[in-house]
Write a protein that binds this ligand. Sequence first.
Ligand code: NDP
Length: 394
Amino acid sequence: MRRVTIFGATGSIGCSTVDLLLAAGGPEAFRTVALTGGRNVARLAAQARALRAELAVTAHDDCLPALREALAGSGIEAAAGPAALVEAADRPADWIMSAIVGAAGLAPGLRALRHGTTLALANKESLVTAGPLLLAEAARHGARILPVDSEHSAIFQALAGEDIAAVERVIITASGGAFRDWPLERLAAATLAEASTHPNWSMGQRITIDSASMFNKSMELIETREYFGIEPDRIEAVIHPESLVHALVGFRDGALMAHLGPPDMRHSIGYALNWPARADLPVARLDLAAIGSLTFRAPDPARYPALGLAREVMRIRGLAGAAFNAAKEAALDAFIAGRIPFTEMAVVVEAALARLSADPGLGNAPESLDMVQAMDHLARQVAQDVIAVRGGKD
Ligand code: NDP
């Protein structure tokens, strides 16, 4: 029986993964080694019971008593804290879903690779902050990383059986997020509730806001560069409001292979779960005649300055991805806390990157988790300074 673990089981991707496991037979079909979550211990315990997991881990020590209570009588072990999360990755498993949000997802995924486990990677921050480190670790231990982000799963599927050397370009699509059609001058006054609504996808709050600012697409450009090794000038982002084409791969003979599907993450999660086979998945089938037309347009750099920042990060490489992500997370926290306006997030990240570019260490390749975490720490501090200087209220 295949052994599975889910990091970030209580989140949007995690819940979809649990649903797919249950739909495929649950404990009769999979041995669930560990499930991890954050503060939502009630959900974590319910998932652990439903899948008869061996271990449930919350990221927060203060949540441990509640988790223990919720698991009482089940025989399921409970643990807490960042070290326990990483230890969960040491438990032998055949397939691990990496779906913690943010830079916190890197350490457990990296540890899982050491055991040669197949890592289904939703946590895009892992590739953005430490792509070369992650790929080197996978290669060293014969582990496989399967992309779960819908665009990267789409590229991966379009490349099946193809020679990467024949790839001329890759195009990833973007819905354009909540403010795609807003007048530019309104953006500065966008509220948290407005930024937390996505036109097509149902996702966690942070990635939804990142979709509105296109920091999410910026991360995906970097992910594409890191995972597939495609040069930045061959990677494009295009706005596609219907979110039905997820990515396209263009080959040197002019052919363009598109991947289409409904905006439902259960497709790419299920693809990674069943890979290399394809299995029935409970996702809607597209009715092209009913859809009628698909539209595309170029993103406006004034509306989405994050895209330009991603280009700069890909030019510098090294630890620039770790700095970019950490500054972005700090700016996002500040927006969520009401300290800065929506449009200020890109300003903060740009200013933080500009300050950090004076640091010769920014171009150093990410060779260890410590290096990545040190740059993450520094960039958060710099971003906080920028936020304070620009008048972000505490
Ligand atoms: P959610 O916010 O819905 O869930 C995040 C998960 O991580 C929850 O289980 C949460 O626990 C846990 N968590 C939060 N903070 C920490 C921490 N510091 N340490 C350990 N665990 C933590 O996120 P999503 O599911 O939307 O996204 C997960 C990842 O997948 C992100 O990297 C995102 O960019 C990526 N992704 C998501 C997509 C989507 O459709 N949602 C699409 C493509 C990629 P709890 O809630 O219990 O506190």
